[in-house]
Write a protein of this length. Structure first.
Length: 86
């Protein structure tokens, strides 16, 4: 992904991960009917909500992470000292 900012590339990778996690062939693996339960919840429902929560957590981590020193620039300008003249 040449030319994209690192954060944009990471979000794109998470979107693709979400597409894989919620793809019907993978969902069929966890669709064991009512025979397999996790804490009283069918396995498919447990998988759906767990994968959804993991994706939300990863998105929050990527979006809220501070840039490294010397990395991408922040949109917040530096504060000026009101006592100094420019």
């Amino acid at each position: 992904m040449k030319g994209l900012e690192p954060k944009s590339a990471q979000i794109g990778a998470l979107v693709m991960l979400g597409m894989v996690l919620f793809n019907p062939p993978l969902l069929e693996v966890f669709n064991a009917g009512a025979t397999r339960m996790v804490g009283g919840v069918p396995l498919l429902f447990f998988y759906l909500f767990f994968a959804w929560a993991v994706l939300i957590g990863l998105m929050a981590f990527v979006i809220e992470r501070r840039p490294r020193v010397g990395g991408e620039r922040t949109a917040v300008p530096k504060r000026r000292d009101p006592g100094k003249a420019d």
